[in-house]
Design a protein around this ligand. Structure first.
Ligand code: ADP
Length: 366
């Protein structure tokens, strides 16, 4: 009988609860024992009460709750081998032989590292006399599966991540509110949204609200020239009778010389053409609230597939990441997807923006 643990890690995202619910219920349906690890990797490091067996009714009502009810954390201890060894010890102690991690690229990098170190961590636990050779025998291979929970939609190789559409919906709703007051007073608003290396939220929100101008890191404007272009665009729209201006700035916005473009920088430019300009930084409201339907079904189908993947895995199978491509749930090697995602940030840092866009794998940004 497989014993599967599920955890949410890193930044919370709407839909994580739906993923946990799907994992728990599919595992029970498939006759496995299932456990929740509380507070992300911290729960693995702590063990004890942080790893709890889950039953069918424990996830009742999870679908319509925001955030993650089993908790999440950033865990420094897990970045150290010592912490990961404790994690391995606690899993073996509880007889757990499979782990499903729902988190962003940091969490999935940690998951990948954990799997690659697994055999040597077990050896050390035997050397330390925590377990005997015979005791660790059933745990020689640890199955790890990744689910991408991230509001930024920043994972390469998958079309959407759990939480991204919910965050987008929230942003669009907020920009609509802002537009109403902006039009009343003929104001310009600079709205800053989340997304450090990824402009998906800014771009999609900009399209969905008809923004005047959008700043995203993958398609940066020319240093020293964007200011005039921004002025021209906003004035052109005003000349056509528009009573407000909306500029969406991704938190990681830059120019093509990699200088940061902040919402205050943008405001200054708009003030120069006489626009009464305000800045709104949306912040954590973007993470809040319940998941939209898209994220609920995405998390549910992916949670189901994560359990199926575990049941089909052999010790040779590379750890899979459950993704979605053209509306089909897919599996891809976790390590490749993590590598591809890191290479987007590297491409941006080396000013190869075309490469960043092709690696991002998004037809929209082109
Ligand atoms: P996210 O998963 O949302 O990208 P973080 O980058 O903060 O969030 O990662 C969440 C947690 O995953 C970290 O606090 C740490 O415990 C673990 N983690 C991240 N990167 C690594 C790594 N390189 N090695 C081991 N663990 C990591």
């Amino acid at each position: 009988k497989k014993r599967i643990a599920v955890m949410t890690s890193g930044g919370d995202s709407p839909g994580m609860n739906a993923a946990v619910r799907a994992v728990v219920r599919t595992a029970i349906y498939d006759d496995c024992d299932v456990f929740a690890v509380k507070e992300g990797y911290q729960g693995l490091v702590d063990g004890g009460d942080s790893i709890v067996q889950m039953h069918w009714q424990d996830v009742r009502g999870f679908m319509s709750e925001g955030g993650t009810l089993i908790g999440t954390a950033r865990c420094m201890d897990f970045k150290e081998r010592k912490g990961r060894k404790l994690g391995a010890k606690h899993l073996v102690e509880r007889g757990i032989d499979a782990l499903i991690v729902c988190g962003g690229d940091g969490s999935l990098t940690g998951a990948d590292l954990f799997r690659s170190e697994w055999p040597s961590l077990l050896e050390e636990l035997v050397t330390d006399k925590d377990f005997t050779e015979a005791e660790i025998l059933p745990y020689k291979s640890m199955s790890i599966v990744g689910l991408v929970g991230s509001i930024d939609n920043d994972m390469s190789g998958t079309d959407s991540t759990i939480g991204a559409y919910s965050a987008l919906e929230r942003i669009v709703e907020m920009v609509d509110y802002i537009d109403a007051t902006a039009k009343s007073h003929s104001r310009a608003f600079v709205v800053e949204v989340m997304g450090r290396h990824c402009g998906w939220l800014a771009l999609m929100a900009g399209i969905a609200t008809g923004a005047d101008y959008i700043f995203i890191p993958e398609r940066p404007p020319k240093a020293g020239e964007w200011q005039q272009e921004l002025k021209d665009v906003c004035l052109r729209h005003r000349a056509k009778g528009r009573r407000n201006n909306t500029v969406i700035v991704a938190e990681g916005a830059i120019d093509d010389e990699l200088n940061a473009i902040t919402s205050e920088d943008v405001k200054k430019v708009l003030v120069e053409i006489g626009l009464d300009t305000r800045v709104t930084i949306l912040g954590h409201v973007q993470r809040g609230g319940v998941a939209v339907a898209h994220d609920r079904w995405l998390a549910t189908l992916q949670g189901v597939d994560a359990v199926k993947a575990i049941l089909e895995m052999t010790p040779e199978t590379p750890s899979p990441l459950i993704g979605i491509e053209e509306n089909k749930i897919i599996r891809m090697p976790l390590v490749e997807s993590v590598k591809l995602t890191k290479s987007v940030a590297e491409a941006i840092e080396s000013k190869d923006f075309d490469l960043a866009i092709s690696l991002r794998d998004s037809e929209f940004i082109d």
